[in-house]
Design a protein around this ligand. Structure first.
Ligand code: MF3
Ligand code: CO
Ligand code: CO
Length: 296
């Protein structure tokens, strides 16, 4: 429902809280103001398989939401699809109750960079909609997102469609850059150098992160070239996300990295309200590269 006269998004109404069956284990932060800091970003092969199991459920939930997308549906109805998929597979929706976040996924449309809260916003043909889902099962979180176009890629204007396709390619290039012994900052360098070819902005203040036992471990993975910062070496067995957020620029106006936060304290929008897209995977560093843990 809520858009202003220019078609930009405005805050909507939230539905009542969704319930998670009692037999599903909660992450430690639920019911608290903030998580207890948990360090450690390396995992045994057995632990990696538990993250992969959680990540697979999250990826299948993203697919289920993608199959439900149509003009006229609300982002709250998408949240219900995500919630029901996760709990039906004995997973807890990690965002629900994380630092007070009220819903089971994030739905970020058009100028929303990330952390859009599902509400009574109605999807329209050609909207860019990012679905970000994290599943917690067997003590581990798996986190991914992808950007869809409502009505299919062809429903978007060419520039919007290219932004979506190239953001996915930027994630692919970030993953390709991963190798044990290389510095963390090779990932952002690969992403930023690709994005800049098209004049896109690269959001700097939201980053990839260590994930597994904790939803956000404290390990930071920038999506821009942070050198000489973040020279710490990638190590086999490390698990983290890569989740670039790119913004649409034009030859006259390069894409922005500037953002504003809505009064809900979650919704992050581009300052110039230009379009933005994001893709995310959780991965483990292997002896030869990276293994994606959030595939369906
Ligand atoms: N899944 C998001 C990420 O990629 C985090 C969402 S936190 C929330 O890191 F509280 F906004 F849901
Ligand atoms: Co993440
Ligand atoms: Co995420």
């Amino acid at each position: 429902m809520p858009r202003d006269a220019a078609g930009h998004l405005t805050p909507g109404r939230l539905s009542p809280a969704r319930v998670v069956p009692a037999h599903i284990a909660r992450p430690e932060y639920v019911g608290k103001a903030a998580p207890t800091p948990a360090r450690g970003d390396r995992y045994t092969p057995e632990e990696v398989e538990r993250i992969r199991a959680a990540g697979r459920i999250a990826a299948q939930a993203v697919e289920a939401v993608g199959a439900a997308l149509r003009p006229g549906i609300t982002t709250d109805e998408l949240d219900r699809v995500a919630h029901e998929y996760l709990v039906a597979h004995d997973a807890y929706p990690s965002t629900l109750g994380y630092r007070g976040y009220p819903k089971s996924c994030c739905t970020s449309l058009n100028e929303v960079i990330c952390h859009g809260i599902p509400d009574d916003t109605v999807l329209e043909t050609g909207d860019l909609v990012n679905i970000d889902i994290t599943a917690y099962r067997d003590g581990m979180h798996g986190d991914l997102n992808r950007t869809f176009v409502v009505g299919g890629l062809e429903a978007a204007a060419p520039a919007a469609r290219e932004l979506v396709e190239r953001t996915e390619e930027a994630l692919r290039r970030g993953i390709q850059a991963v190798r044990p012994g290389r510095p963390v900052n090779v990932i952002g360098r690969a992403i930023e150098s690709y994005a800049r070819r098209f004049g896109y902005g690269v959001v700097r203040d939201y980053t990839g992160h260590g994930v597994g036992r904790a939803f956000h471990s404290g390990l930071v993975i920038p999506h821009y070239d942070a050198a000489p910062a973040h020279a710490e070496p990638l190590e086999a067995g490390m698990v983290f996300t890569i989740e670039p957020m790119l913004t649409l620029g034009t030859p006259e106006h390069p894409g922005t990295e500037e953002w504003d936060l809505w009064a809900d304290d979650w919704t992050v929008v581009t300052r110039d309200l230009s379009l933005t897209a994001q893709f995310e995977h959780t991965l483990v560093v292997t002896e030869s590269g990276a293994d994606i843990l959030t595939l369906p």
